[in-house]
Design a protein around this ligand. Structure first.
Ligand code: NAP
Ligand code: G4F
Length: 376
């Protein structure tokens, strides 16, 4: 049987690594594209050992490079996951963010139009495009319980981007629609809400929290006797053992912890990407859980998991992590994806938090075992 060939950008990232695993399990030949870097960036895909998986270098902002790779492979499917994906960074690097997140997409759309018009294209759009806009159910306000979180975003919600990242992604979103209508390119955009995992980048808020907690709990167990004997105290920046000023641990420094996000697991979300390209007609879909939690909720569940009730004593609010413009509230309604694609998610919010935390704790223990081994 002839295998389908998929070209995946962003393979060294969180979603790329899960998508490659999914495609290989479905018997695809996968060409993973990565930019040239001076150090190895393949830690998320190192474990993949398959003769159907090849890695090639390219440069997404260089049209010639993108045209060559599309013309050479003429793939059945392209999944464009590469991006400058950090919202806060986009405020400092708006030009670069547009080069990667918009010009990169133009390069792929043009390459498909010119050299491989049968190729199906997936674009990683984002809930950030909604920005500060929400829709509200007609009967909202009848039961005015603020904890209900009835406001939502879906495919009909107007976009109102709040960052260069979101504006660049929105431009690409419209370009895909335009190439679909104007040139009949089979292009789909997945409007994915936040999705995390054990492989999440360490400067996104969820992983920053679980990583800090894993380090902190390892530090605690290392100094267990001391702590039981003398207790912990803290100032603005550090936590330390009362009897020993030297034994300090830096607090977890965060920005706006009152923001709400709709958080799912990346493993569930890459399945939706694949399903979109298996449909007869191209379309755009919201992929989300339908639930929203604040960064505070995430903190509460994560800290409770290691037996700490009052997370507030362990964090410091640092203006450095505030953004010039914030997206305060995201809650996506995935009804269209559920009905048209048969998509559903398997991993709930609490399990997501626990899995991330357990994985980081296991990693810390491994690192510590290595240190002990080297020292003895
Ligand atoms: P990620 O972990 O940050 O991965 C981003 C990938 O893009 C990495 O492979 C990175 O390569 C690559 N990349 C960055 N700059 C590049 C450049 N100049 N040229 C070529 N490649 C470049 O992001 P993710 O969470 O997997 O997200 C995947 C996609 O979905 C992104 O487009 C993101 O914007 C979008 N998205 C994510 C979420 C989410 O919650 N995760 C939600 C909606 C949409 P290096 O390893 O070399 O840096
Ligand atoms: O984890 P975040 O940086 O994710 P954000 O901004 O929601 O973006 C992620 O999800 C988008 C989908 O909606 C993707 F398109 C995008 O590529 C990325 O994957 O921040 C989440 C919230 C924000 O409100 C932020 O202000 O957490 C708040 N926050 C509070 N303290 C922090 C911090 N965010 C980060 N990164 N670091 C902090 O210390």
């Amino acid at each position: 049987m002839i295998k389908k060939k998929a070209l995946v950008t962003g393979i060294t990232g969180q979603d790329g690594s899960y998508l490659v695993e999914l495609l290989l399990s479905k018997n695809y030949e996968v060409v993973g594209l990565k930019r040239r870097t001076s150090t190895n960036t393949e830690c998320r895909i190192d474990h993949i050992d398959s003769s159907d998986f090849h890695i090639e270098e390219y440069e997404i902002s260089d049209s010639g490079s993108v045209y060559s790779v599309v013309e050479k492979h003429k793939p059945d499917e392209v999944y464009n996951l590469a991006a400058q994906s950090h919202v806060q960074t986009s405020f400092d690097q708006p030009d670069y963010t547009f080069q990667v997140n918009t010009i990169g997409v133009v390069n792929f759309l043009e390459a498909i139009r010119r050299f491989s018009p049968q190729t199906k294209f997936y674009q990683a759009s984002t809930s950030e495009m909604f920005g500060k806009n929400v829709d509200t159910p007609v009967n909202f306000g009848v039961t005015t319980d603020e904890t209900d979180h009835e406001s939502y975003q879906d495919e009909n919600t107007a976009f109102e981007p709040q960052s260069p990242y979101a504006a660049a992604k929105l431009a690409s979103h419209h370009l895909v629609r335009m190439y679909r209508d104007g040139y009949k390119v089979f292009g789909c955009c997945g409007i994915l809400f936040n999705h995390e995992s054990e492989r999440r980048g360490e400067n996104f808020v969820t992983r920053k929290i679980t990583k800090w907690l894993a380090r902190y709990s390892t530090w605690l167990s290392k100094h267990h006797v001391l702590i039981e004997g003398s207790g912990l105290v803290s100032d603005n920046d550090d936590i330390w053992v009362a009897s020993d000023q030297e034994l300090r641990f830096p607090k977890l420094r965060l920005g706006n912890i009152d923001a709400y996000r709709d958080w799912g697991h990346a493993k569930d979300y890459v399945n939706a990407m694949w399903l979109m390209l298996q449909q007869e007609m191209p379309d755009d879909y919201v992929v989300a859980t339908g639930e929203t939690y604040s960064v505070r909720d995430f903190l509460q569940i994560a800290f409770e998991h290691i037996g700490v009730e009052d997370y507030e004593s362990f964090i410091a609010i640092d203006p450095k992590f505030y953004r010039p413009a914030e997206v305060e509230y995201l809650r996506g309604i995935p009804a269209k994806a559920e009905q048209a694609l048969g998509w559903s998610r398997e991993i709930g919010f609490k399990d997501l938090v626990h899995q991330m935390l357990e994985s980081d704790i296991a990693n810390e223990k491994k690192e510590e075992a290595k240190e002990v081994w080297v020292a003895t």
